[in-house]
Design a protein around this ligand. Sequence first.
Ligand SMILES: [Zn+2]
Length: 233
Amino acid sequence: MNSNTFHAETHLSHRSNWLRASVLGANDGLISTASLMMGMAAAQPEFQTLLLTGTAALAGGALSMAAGEYVSVSSQSDTEKADRVIEARELTRNPEAELRELAGIYRQRGLSPELAQRVAEELTAHNALDAHVRDEIGLSETTAAKPFQAALASAAAFAVGAALPLAVTLLSSADVRVPLLATGTVLGLGGLGYVSAKLGGAQPLPAVGRVVAWGVLALAVTGVIGKLMGVSV
Ligand SMILES: [Zn+2]
């Protein structure tokens, strides 16, 4: 635990980043795989074809999520590193101006000029670069970008979301596949929306409504496509 353990209240914003990422990942996996399966199921293909398509969709989607997340978080991490380098250079070139700058930041945050100066001096003596990176640029250990972790989390979240419609499709018989898939998807999306709203401290009902509405739209569109293609082939 960190130094915040004496706080009684639970803060939501610290976990909102990874939470948003994993809920979005699971949502993606659920909606994209469910709508693909719906399109396929409506065309009534062989079981083997469903199995192959669904597995490929899960693997491909998870990898694509991982790749996208890795690239985006890496570039964020590069920017943070570049900022540290710039700040370190400024600190060696112009330590007095940097100290004044730091004291100015603490004055702006409400400290008296004397105290701001003292805080700036003590933090500069302790670790000048950390103080500047944290209080001037706003970077910290908790916000430090971790590309590989983010990539793995997104891929796992996508796979979890994709597993539900895939399992429903493969385990149900052809005559009930479409209604079961639709029901399972709506329930899954509703559950995800509920969990994300609860954990994020938001009202559950609008969150559930939003995500279910988009899911139903996706299912309807691909279901119609599958039906049309299935008939015309
Ligand atoms: Zn600075």
